[in-house]
Design a protein around this ligand. Structure first.
Ligand code: COA
Length: 178
């Protein structure tokens, strides 16, 4: 997950990767993915608070409403929101750079392919913007998320010491977009 924007520490990545191995995702546990709406924010906030030691505030999600890469997954049964992803593009030396900022799946719905489906759909949205590359930050200790990202061809590019505070480092991972 990206730390919330800090003007003093912008990321600029000045390279491209030309080889990609992208997993073809299975349907995500019967979940359907759509763009996030205001009425989803309470559910999103609940999942966020339960998923991260330093969760985004409600207002951060509110600010991404309308962003094509802010997506939610509705569960297979009662249509509750069971996961979300926030992705957008940021300027990078005149070329847009995709940025996956946040992704989480509700605890009881994990390991059913929903994270895979959300990430896949967000990368499609980013690809349609013409961005050649996508990056993300992930806690260096978050092995399950790193495994998810590696399945989509993300590679570790650098480590940012103390990105999440104290000794909690971030891996910056990068992948090409089709
Ligand atoms: C990371 C997260 C979004 C994955 O969502 P998910 O719906 O469980 O993921 P999927 O079922 O699509 O699994 C995709 C891959 O992720 C990896 N993965 C997911 N859960 C895992 C686990 N418990 N242990 C190891 N690998 C795991 C595996 O590579 C898995 O592929 P596989 O099932 O073929 O082995 C979810 O665990 C989550 O919300 N975690 C808390 C929030 C978080 O850490 N977000 C990432 C911020 S950078």
């Amino acid at each position: 997950m990206a730390r919330l924007p800090s003007p003093s520490r912008p990321f600029t990545l000045g390279f491209l990767i030309v080889v990609v191995t992208t997993r073809v995702p299975e349907p995500g546990g019967g979940a359907s993915v759509r763009q996030a709406r205001r009425t989803d924010l309470v559910s999103i906030d609940r999942i966020e608070q339960a998923s991260f030691p330093q969760p985004w505030p409600y207002s951060a999600f509110e600010s991404y409403l309308g962003e094509p890469g802010f997506l939610v997954a509705d569960g297979p049964t009662d249509g509750e929101v069971v996961g979300y992803v926030v992705a957008d593009t940021i300027p990078n030396n005149g070329t847009p750079l995709g940025h996956v900022k946040d992704i989480a799946v509700a605890d009881g719905h994990r390991r059913r392919g929903i994270g895979t489906t959300l990430l896949d759909r967000s990368l499609t949205v980013l690809s349609e913007t013409g961005a050649p590359t996508v990056k993300l930050e992930v806690r260096a200790s978050n092995e399950r998320a790193i495994s998810l990202y590696e399945g989509f061809g993300f590679e570790h590019r650098r480590t940012v010491p103390g990105y999440y505070g104290n000794d909690d480092d971030a891996f910056v991972m990068v992948a090409p977009l089709d």
